[in-house]
Design a protein around this ligand. Sequence first.
Ligand code: GCB
Length: 570
Amino acid sequence: MIHIEGRQSSSLNGLWNVIIDPFDAGSGDWAAYYKDRKPLKNTDFVESAFEGGPQLYVPGDFNSQLPELNYYESSIWYKRSFNVQKTEDRRFFLHFAAINYKAEVYLNGSKIGEHEGGFTPFQFEVTDLLKGGENSLIVKVNNQRMKDGIPGLGFDWFNYGGITRDVDLVQTPKTYIKDYFIQLAQHNENTIDGYVSLDGPSKEQDIEINIPELHVRFKTRTDKEGKAILKFPFRKKTLWTPENPKLYEVRVSAETDHIKEQIGFRTIKVDGTNILLNGKAIFLKGINIHEEVPQRRSRAYSESDYQMLLEWAKDLGCNYVRLVHYPHHEKMVKMAEKMGLMVWEELPIYQGIDFTNADMKEKMNLMLKEMIARDKNRAATIIWSLSNETYSSPPRDSSLTALYYLAKSLDNTRLVTSAFNNMRFEGNKAYIEDKLNSLMDVMAINQYLGWYKPWPETDKEVEWISKFNKPLIFSEFGGEAVFGNNIDPNRASSWSEDYLADIYMRQFKMFKNIPFLSGATPWLLVDFRSPGRAHPIYQKGWNRKGLLSDRGEKKKAWYIVADQFINNFN
Ligand code: GCB
């Protein structure tokens, strides 16, 4: 089910009662927290209860809400009750916008399902399990890092666990509009190409797509499977661009259900080494963003959080954002769309992923499907990125190749890429190597010249050499600096603001000599928490590569990037 905001629903956000369960006792028969047992007489020894214990806000990570949970990586059981008035003609679904990382869901003592993957939505139908009146919903959340998790055991950001995004009880008619894909055809900006699909007993229905502002009405009918193909001419509209992020109200109606959503229309393609937005070559001026509010030391969870992060990106002169290293909240993408920021969305297939494990394929496929299902109607989203910094091996190559084709089969209207960091340096020449670049629509390279990789000794700029006739995005570049560390007159001390500013100046100078460069995304907007960053003076558990400090202060490098984006890359 997509576009929850457009459906009839009751929010289950708010304070939930919790039991903290570091030893996973609650899953056993003895403790059985999921049964939510209450002692009935004084020889009933029930040693746990949700009532009277700690409480946590949903949405929100648990680590930031109680001091003793700061570095917690284990299980927490959440409970809340809710009332519902059941009617015969309605269906009910529990929808979770994301839980990090594993979730088991119990309704009125019965397990209704489980989900793995911390950043994508899922739902369970509960029509037959709901009771009229009070219902008890219990969710076990576990954020232990796992070798066969996605991401795996190690990653460079904070492992915020919990019910990190919204929970809703959604109701629909018996047959409802489950899904729709309404975007411009990849090769014809005057045609809409997509589908509508219904779920429920009356699958064959009349369907109408109505865009009132443009007087567009398209009628069709779903088949026995509940599916209708949409293909109709669509002219005289204003295309979505960063300068004018025009959205139209699109109404989808079936006989038994209807839904409306604000949708924008644009095309995104590659032509040789150019990226074309609505047929015109563009340069992607971006910034990398983690879904974190550093001042609060927590995962971002509210619209005002997303607004703060995206307004910083706008101030910097960006026309796009790379939302790393996992799909961010759908509301973040929608807000970027309204603000005129193109979006790169990414799967958490990050560094040390175990591609040899057979179960991985299924997990990767599911995450990709959930991400694309959710955001396939977003004009802002121009790139699906499959992975970040993986190294060529037969299992890696075959996994990412299969994933590329799966992405294309689900959505052929966007570009697909993967960020690689395995170039070969020879003197001041940098050769783009990863052979999967021949498959990807755009090449994306993370390079840390001036930081992890020293500049070549001569004064010459690095020359980038690509045997692939494709556009290049530098998906990451930068270095670390502590805000306020400005005491070195020779600008030579790494970790200083001046040193970082110099890295950026030299990077932008180098960019001028790369004719196939079509985008640049500094690493990154704001300092972020990362427990592996242990330098006792400069890091203290933070990755300091932000253009902004963890308190939102602008480092000198901010002004270098803003000047380039606002004045030079137009
Ligand atoms: C990278 C990773 C990113 C790290 C960054 C760093 O290449 O993609 O997740 O945080 O480098 O700071 O080292």
